[in-house]
Design a protein around this ligand. Structure first.
Ligand code: ADP
Length: 446
């Protein structure tokens, strides 16, 4: 096992990883930017190293500084968390070259699955249903138009290197496809320095359902069932829940087994999530693999009773999973609300600033993963998520009631947060019935 792990991240996930390390008897080293120096979690780490100013390029995305910090602190491994360098294969490679274990997959499988075009090809090989679309990268706008006419509008253009909803455009006709192609290409070029696009049939009114996987280096791969992340705004998740309220046992089994086949085809080890869209007729289609621990891993931990971050660290250290598929069972229902410092009345613009009052909810069924506290300052430089409010109850109805009660208790002032919109979603009868799709917020709450 490792004796010291460096955490190349910040905020709640840095704290989450510190906790996992400490429970495993491992020392945790955090790197931090000047903007994060006052956060409590920096003090909870066994060692903290300032690696630069707030701008991510000069701190959390700066590979030489992070590697130097790992060498100075004599860390045996680096945990990248999510975001920043978590899905950067070049970074994973450099860790390997420096003799530091990367807590994640091999650079090869990260590259293969991180490229959405290659991942689609792999999915087809593993007999996993994909959304109808291009075989590979699109060579030109003419090729896109031809293909769109073959599979039928509407279609969605996506960036091969995509993430965070960038480089995605929906088109309903040849004319709109022309404009969308140029816009998506420019956006992808700008965001990922890679303008490669591909095209898919646009699935109407889908749900987003994803499968959590852990695979060890000995080739044992297990699924931890699914999460439903249908409540999104602008293709970004806002509320996640598990199990998915509309899956029957047979579809669930097929979905989880499909995800496992894909991961095994890629010879993958570590944690990952295989994402699917589910249509109204219970057909599911692969969309992408995330080769990292995700924000919403928490709800899977609640219903399975398994600590995914600890297991991810153990796998990186070469430990086999020591679990069988039948050991992983669903207990009750869990839900997570992402509490972001945002102003919903101004199009969810980030709303940074000092937190004068921070009184989190408590009581049965509540888990809160957060790095903030009374007196902390939400920084304008990073993601606006300030807390993850997680509930675990015997069933979905109780989880909704507990979540509503907890959201009403939660006091974060004076910054504005997504708490009011969560309450609106949870009180909506369509959500209560589980009768929603990814356009729910735009259609019903904007
Ligand atoms: P990103 O990596 O940028 O987050 P994803 O491929 O994961 O992009 O898609 C994000 C969201 O976009 C999905 O959850 C879904 O809401 C929507 N989406 C993606 N592909 C399609 C599709 N073919 N049809 C309909 N909606 C889609």
């Amino acid at each position: 096992m490792f004796s010291r792990v460096l955490i190349a991240n910040r905020g709640e996930i840095a704290l989450r990883i510190i906790r996992a390390c400490h429970e495993l008897g491992i020392e945790a080293v955090v790197v931090y930017s000047q903007a994060d120096k006052d956060f409590e979690y920096v003090r909870q780490a066994d060692q903290a190293i300032c690696i630069g100013p707030a701008a991510p390029g000069e701190s959390y995305l700066n590979i030489p500084r992070i590697i130097s910090a790992a060498e100075i602190s004599d860390s045996d491994a680096i945990h990248p968390g999510y975001g920043f360098l978590a899905e950067n294969a070049h970074f994973a490679e450099i860790c390997g070259e420096c003799g530091i274990a990367f807590i994640g997959p091999s650079p090869e499988s990260m590259r293969m699955l991180g490229d959405k075009v290659q991942a689609r090809e792999l999915a087809k090989k593993a007999r996993v249903p994909c959304v109808p679309g291009s075989e590979g990268a699109l060579g030109s706008v003419e090729e896109a138009i031809n293909l769109a006419n073959k599979i039928g509008y509407p279609i969605i253009l996506k960036a091969a290197a995509g993430g965070g909803g960038r480089g995605m455009r929906v088109a309903h006709s040849d004319i709109s496809l022309k404009g969308a192609f140029a816009a998506a290409q420019a956006e992808a070029e700008n965001a990922f320095k890679n303008g490669t696009l591909y095209l898919e049939k646009y699935i109407e009114q889908p749900r987003h359902v994803e499968v959590q996987i852990l695979a060890d280096r000995a080739g044992n791969a297990l699924h931890f069932y699914e999460r439903d992340c249908t409540v999104q705004r602008r293709h970004q998740k806002l509320i996640e829940e598990c199990p998915c309220p509309v899956l029957d046992d047979e579809t669930r089994e097929n979905l989880c087994k499909s995800a496992l086949r894909l991961v095994q085809e890629a010879n993958y080890h570590s944690a990952c999530t295989v994402e699917f869209l589910l249509d109204r007729n219970k057909n599911f289609y692969f969309i992408e693999v995330n080769t990292r621990i995700q924000v919403e891993h928490t709800i899977t931990e609640m219903i399975t009773g398994q600590d995914l971050v600890k297991r991810q660290i153990q796998i990186a250290a070469g430990r086999p999973l020591e679990l069988r598929q039948k050991d992983i069972q669903i207990h009750g229902a869990a839900m997570e609300c992402r509490i972001n410092a945002e102003d919903p009345s101004r199009g969810f613009a980030p709303c940074p600033g000092p937190i004068a009052t921070f009184i989190p909810p408590g009581g049965p069924g509540i888990r809160i993963d957060t790095h903030v506290y009374q007196g902390a300052k939400v920084s304008p430089y990073y993601d606006s998520m300030v807390a993850k409010l997680i509930v675990h109850q015997r069933n979905r109805d109780e989880a909704i009631n507990t979540m509503k009660r907890a959201l009403r208790e939660f006091r974060i002032e004076p910054i504005l947060t997504t708490i009011p919109i969560h309450l609106k979603v949870l009180s909506h009868n369509l959500f209560a019935r589980g009768d929603i799709d990814t356009g729910f917020i735009e259609k019903n709450l904007s």
